[in-house]
Write a new protein. Structure first.
Length: 130
């Protein structure tokens, strides 16, 4: 049964990735893959929050946790797209742009993950009334 939670979460996450990534890319009209970058950063923030929060409370079932983390976040984040975008930049000789993209994707996504941890800790603290 857990597989179905993950499958539905993955489908929703994939649709979210497509809608958000495409909308951002089209709206901003940049040659830089900003849609993928924003999806990776927001996915890291969300996963950091969900993991830290879900493990800090007993009301979130393992099924819901799998739906949100492995399912939704796994379908939403786009690391394979990130590597493709980077490879295309390298192949076309855009080494500085590729280096910037790698640095921003990794560093800002890590910062977003820790921000998610901090937000979850604040939510847990608020929830406990401390």
């Amino acid at each position: 049964m857990l597989i179905w939670y993950i499958a539905v979460g993955s489908a929703l996450g994939g649709v979210g990735r497509y809608v958000i990534g495409t909308a951002l890319q089209q709206r901003l009209g940049l040659a830089f893959p900003v849609g993928t970058l924003i999806v990776n950063i927001s996915g890291s923030l969300l996963l950091g929050f969900l993991l830290r929060y879900a493990l800090g409370v007993t009301q979130i079932s393992p099924e819901t946790r799998a739906f949100l983390t492995t399912g939704f976040c796994g379908g939403y984040t786009t690391f394979s797209t990130f590597t493709y975008d980077t490879a295309i930049m390298f192949e076309s000789g855009q080494f500085r742009r590729a280096a910037l993209y790698i640095t921003l994707s990794v560093v800002v996504s890590l910062v977003a993950m820790f921000a998610g941890f901090a937000l979850a800790q604040s939510a847990l603290t608020f929830r406990s009334g401390a």
